[in-house]
Design a protein around this ligand. Structure first.
Ligand SMILES: Cc1cc2nc3c(=O)[nH]c(=O)nc-3n(C[C@H](O)[C@H](O)[C@H](O)COP(=O)(O)OP(=O)(O)OC[C@H]3O[C@@H](n4cnc5c(N)ncnc54)[C@H](O)[C@@H]3O)c2cc1C
Length: 279
């Protein structure tokens, strides 16, 4: 399909991008890798009158150590993340996104600002309790992961704001696992699970579980986390916690998987991800 007509501007700076967002009609959109926005435009599910490219803006690329974690420029591509093994589960999940072409174009800022329930990085960001820095006409603000995802393709990033960076904690002392179930290697997740476990003397001190494609937005698996926290880590306690992962969830069915099948997948993948994270 061919997208509806639109104007195009390439911003030279974050300030210019913000100013262009203000000048456009209220439906102006930022363009990062274009690998979520352009498919929506081609399907006529989005028809922005103005696209503002961030491709020429300096200072939005790369990964730096900062405040005990990593500050990742919003325009950092999935392929660059996948090559940074220090990023742990973030690198691993980025390497599982689609195919090399998509990973060469898609960005972490675009992925998190878009907030697709089937996206891999939003789930990792939620489980890792990361922070987004967004800049708008009134300056800069931080958005915590717990406040980020608001509903179907809806995030806390304002229509007049640019995500400039994503902070990921280093997660020292945490083991991790990310399990993604797909029909073909390059597909979107039917279900994905990110597990982070911190243990001491065989006891689970902290556990965080994020879920991909189990609802209308990325989710935390609260029942599983509660069931495992403070418990001795064993195959039985992990299986018991994983069995509760779908509690209270109503995942939408699609061509690939019914809601019941997704719940089954979530239980199996959670057990595997927790086992990997528990070491
Ligand atoms: C064939 C295919 C398969 C895919 N498979 C997967 C997969 O398995 N897993 C997965 O996670 N993803 C997958 N994706 C999506 C891919 O990861 C996207 O690149 C990503 O979701 C969006 O990043 P982007 O840079 O392309 O954003 P864009 O498409 O450019 O933008 C997406 C949205 O975010 C907004 N936006 C972008 N950057 C910013 C910013 N800095 N500040 C504020 N708003 C911003 C845009 O305005 C737009 O609304 C797939 C895409 C394709 C085409």
């Amino acid at each position: 399909m061919i997208p509806a007509e639109f104007e195009y501007q390439a911003a030279e700076s974050v300030d210019e991008a913000i100013s262009l967002l203000g000048q456009g009609d209220s439906d102006a959109k930022l363009l990062a890798g274009g690998h979520s926005l352009l498919p929506l435009m081609k399907l006529r599910l989005a028809a922005p009158s103005l696209l503002i490219s961030l491709g020429k803006v300096q200072g939005l690329n790369g990964v730096q150590r900062a405040n005990g974690g990593f500050s990742i420029g919003a325009m950092t591509r999935h392929a660059e993340l996948a090559a940074e093994s220090d990023l742990g589960v973030t690198a691993h999940a980025a390497g599982l996104i689609a195919d090399q072409q998509v990973r060469n174009r898609g960005t972490i800022g675009g992925s998190i600002a878009h907030g697709d329930a089937a996206g891999d990085l939003p789930t990792v960001f939620l489980a890792a309790e990361g922070t987004v820095t967004a800049q708008g006409p009134n300056g800069e603000r931080q958005i915590q992961a717990t406040d980020m995802f608001k509903g179907f393709l809806t995030t806390d990033v304002g229509a007049d704001e640019v995500v400039t960076s994503v902070y990921m904690p280093a997660l020292e002392g945490y083991g991790w696992g990310y399990e993604k179930f797909t029909r073909r290697a390059e597909d979107w997740a039917m279900v994905g699970v990110c597990a982070l476990v911190k243990s001491s003397g065989g006891t689970c001190e902290d556990v965080r579980v994020g879920l991909t494609h189990m609802g209308i937005m990325p989710l935390r698996a609260g029942a599983t986390e509660e069931a495992l926290k403070g418990q001795s880590l064993s195959p039985e306690s992990i299986a018991n916690a994983a069995d509760q992962v779908a509690e209270g969830l109503n995942p939408p069915g699609d061509l690939n998987a019914s809601p019941e099948y997704k719940k089954h997948l979530a239980r199996v993948l959670t057990r595997r991800a927790l086992t990997a994270a528990a070491g």
